[in-house]
Design a protein around this ligand. Structure first.
Ligand code: S3P
Length: 432
């Protein structure tokens, strides 16, 4: 709906990537890991249920507060029933890594969106480590993993810039004798590396010839931790763009994780002329965090450097919305990975924005957006946005609706609960 300015302050929920990892590693440590600020979205709850099914005790002790009693590396139990991964690619790919080097057989299934997503990218390295897979056509869910024990340590150069693939191999390496090596030609989010070190794994990272070489020593003993999960920059993104595009807004977004491997959107929005000020920079749970003061700003179109893509891979749908309201043209390239997210985010956003009155051109690896120069979009009250079970499409188009004449109607808001259950309440609160 068209809205008045965003004012006051909000606090975004815990980081999804870090929440998944804190439950998984907690479940592999011997003893009790305590987590606060955990994101209680459906994706993370799917991870919690899976770790429970494999023997860990995972309990909620308060709002965002969880206790995980781990079983120890190598001691995961075979789940009695197939694991329901819902909409969550991160749960699926990271857990496939974990079970690949345990002597158990595990079946994974998920919703219609997840069942279309490619799993070959993790099946390939994990097969090299000795695991066996029975997957549906095209290397998709439902699939069964038969873990290898003992597994074979590998050196694997990532063919796609994917933190999920990197993390799957590193997690598999935890229960593999010797050293497992992942080489990243392009750096991706490094939460797994940071947290593995925090849990006491022997992990080192070296820059060699412009690549990141990550080595983890297997048969690790992990020590339980006390973890405070910082706020999710990917959730903050919707509010950053909303405050930039709605006139007279001034919003303080508290507790935003600013790990350099995640903070690309902040830099790109500033390059477009956005006023985003970091207040009270600090460290939370081994990650850089700040509060962000965001003020409405006239934005101008830019050519987005494809080198920043991995550091804002989930933020393009909402960046497209900012670009649709900017002055001039924004050109985004190097986005082929967006086609295999919860939906094909290039064509789904192209259709959604066109339906809302924006002018965009889809290319094979990106989107070119001709901005309105700050004039509100027409809106799409008469043609509902198709979200294709993708939370980030629903939230991005809700932000577009704020800066439209007729509002934007979204066909299905339920997927928002996978990553940001408080989204609508926080938006209502900030726009009152
Ligand atoms: C994630 C990695 C990214 C991202 C996803 C979360 C993670 O996926 O899109 O939302 O937690 O490792 P890819 O590894 O497929 O790029």
């Amino acid at each position: 709906m068209p809205s008045g300015p965003l004012k006051g302050e909000i606090r975004v929920p815990g980081d999804k990537s870090i929440s998944h990892r804190s439950i998984m590693l907690g479940a592999l440590a011997v003893g009790e890991t305590r987590v606060t600020g955990l994101l209680e979205g459906e994706d993370v709850l799917a991870t919690a249920a899976a770790m429970r099914a494999m023997g860990a005790q995972v309990e909620r002790t308060g709002e965002g507060a969880w206790s995980v009693l781990g079983v120890g590396v190598g001691a995961l139990l075979q789940p009695e029933a197939p694991l329901d991964m819902g909409n969550s690619g991160t749960s699926t790919r990271l857990l496939m890594g974990l079970v690949a080097t345990h002597a158990i057989e595990t079946r994974f299934f998920g919703d219609a969106s997840l069942s279309k997503r490619p799993m070959g990218r993790v099946i390939e390295p994990l097969s090299q480590m000795g695991a066996a897979f029975e997957a549906s056509e095209g290397g998709r869910l439902p699939l069964t993993v038969r873990g290898a024990n003992p597994a074979v340590p590998i050196e694997y150069r990532l063919p796609v810039a994917s933190a999920q693939v990197k993390s799957a191999v590193l997690l598999a390496g935890l229960n593999t004798p010797g050293i497992t090596t992942v080489i990243e030609p392009v750096p991706t989010r490094d939460h797994s590396e940071r947290m593995l070190r925090g849990f006491g794994a022997e992990l080192d990272v070296e820059e060699i010839g412009g690549e990141r070489v990550i080595r983890v020593r297997g048969e690790a003993e992990l020590r339980p931790q006390v973890i405070e999960v910082p706020g999710d920059p990917s959730s903050a993104a919707f509010f950053m763009v909303a405050a930039l595009v709605v006139p007279d807004s001034e919003l303080l977004i508290r507790n935003v994780g600013l790990n350099p491997t995640r903070a690309g959107l902040v830099h790109v929005l500033r390059q477009m002329g956005g006023s985003i000020t970091e207040v009270n920079p600090r460290e939370v749970g081994g990650e850089p965090v700040a509060d962000l003061l965001v003020r409405h700003s006239p934005l101008k179109g830019i050519a987005v450097d494809p080198a920043v893509v991995p550091s804002m891979v989930d933020e393009f749908p909402v960046l497209f919305v900012a670009a649709a309201l900017a002055e001039g043209t924004t050109v985004c390239t190097g986005l082929e990975e967006l086609r295999v997210k919860e939906s094909d985010r290039i064509s789904v956003m192209a259709a959604a924005l066109t339906g809302a009155g924006a002018s965009v051109t889809e290319t094979e690896d990106g989107l070119t957006i001709h901005g309105s120069g700050g004039a509100p979009l027409r809106g799409s009250a008469n043609s509902r946005v198709k979200t294709h079970l993708d939370h980030r499409i629903a939230m991005s188009m809700a932000v577009a609706g704020l800066a439209s004449k007729d509002g934007v109607e979204v066909d299905d808001t339920r997927p928002i609960a996978t990553s940001f259950p408080q989204f609508e309440a926080l938006l209502d609160g900030a726009t009152q």
